[in-house]
Ligand binder design. Structure first.
Ligand SMILES: [Zn+2]
Length: 279
């Protein structure tokens, strides 16, 4: 078990097939580069890895630390239980946790969120709901997934959040420059069919399989990946799904917002909030 990003990159030349998302006008989508720190994710082969790309929107897949603003892979061997991994992440997390626990004073909080609201938002690593919404431990529920989409599992969490734990207001918060805008169900399913390793996202907006051909699975074709075409549309659609869901009472207001990764601001999607008003 290892997370050595460089060895992934070394294998990237073997894939010939490329995958790209094509816009309605036939133009390739290149928006993923917008607002994205290319320097941070440039590998030594001069390509962006999909791990770097996804790491921008999701939890980091690569072991990395920031030094002078540049994310660098760590290649030191670290013993984690029975495994030797080329990553210092576990060590870093446990060190941070020791420091957190050293001054911890929140051991007597109640289970229900004190401020009685919930936020559904994207797992993007650039988003910190506790900071952007001013939350402390025990304040609110934060439900996160890729895109902040209203999946069946998000509904499950929201229903529990209200029915058993008393939240009374809900936010759906998507964000600008979301990675879910930059691929389609077909693209990810085709890549997974070839291999399971992290694909390369080339500078020209195409994906290249980077693993051993024939080691993938066709299971991806059976998953609805809930990609995003347009943020305002996805927020409105997701709010509508919650609003009309038979397990959600009509008196819960649902607010639709888009977080701007450039400014840190939450911008309302008025149409979505209108759809989400109590009925
Ligand atoms: Zn996102």
């Amino acid at each position: 078990m290892q997370f050595d990003s460089n060895s992934q990159r070394d294998k990237q030349e073997q894939g010939k097939m490329t995958h790209r998302k094509t816009g309605a006008d036939g133009s390739r989508k290149r928006l993923f580069l917008r607002g994205f720190s290319r320097r941070s994710f440039l590998g030594r082969a001069g390509v962006l890895t999909a791990a770097g790309f996804i790491a921008g929107i999701m939890s980091p897949l690569l072991s990395s630390v920031t030094k002078g603003g540049i994310v660098q892979a760590q290649n030191i061997d670290v013993q984690v239980g029975p495994f030797t991994v080329k990553s210092s992440v576990v060590k870093e997390v446990l060190a941070a946790n020791r420091e957190y626990a050293r001054t911890f004073t929140k051991g007597n909080l109640a289970i229900p969120p004190a401020r009685k609201f919930a936020i559904l938002t994207c797992m993007d690593a650039r988003l910190d709901p506790a900071k952007y919404a001013g939350l402390s431990e025990g304040d609110a529920h934060v439900i996160r997934n890729a895109g902040g989409r209203v999946s069946n599992d998000a509904i499950r969490s929201l229903v529990i959040s209200h029915k058993l734990l008393g939240t009374q207001e809900w936010f759906v918060i998507h964000h600008t420059n979301c990675g879910m805008e930059f691929f389609t169900d077909d693209i990810i399913s085709q890549l997974l069919e070839k291999d399971l390793d992290t694909a390369t996202l080339n500078a020209d907006g195409t994906f290249t399989p980077a693993g051993t051909p024939g080691t993938g699975s066709t299971e991806g074709y059976y998953i609805k990946w809930l990609t995003i075409e347009k943020q305002e549309e996805s927020v409105a659609r997701d709010v509508r799904r919650i609003r009309t869901h038979p397990l959600v009472p009509g008196y819960i207001p649902i607010y639709g917002y888009i977080y701007d990764v450039k400014t840190g601001r939450l911008n309302e999607v008025p149409r979505a909030t209108e759809i989400g008003r109590p009925i």
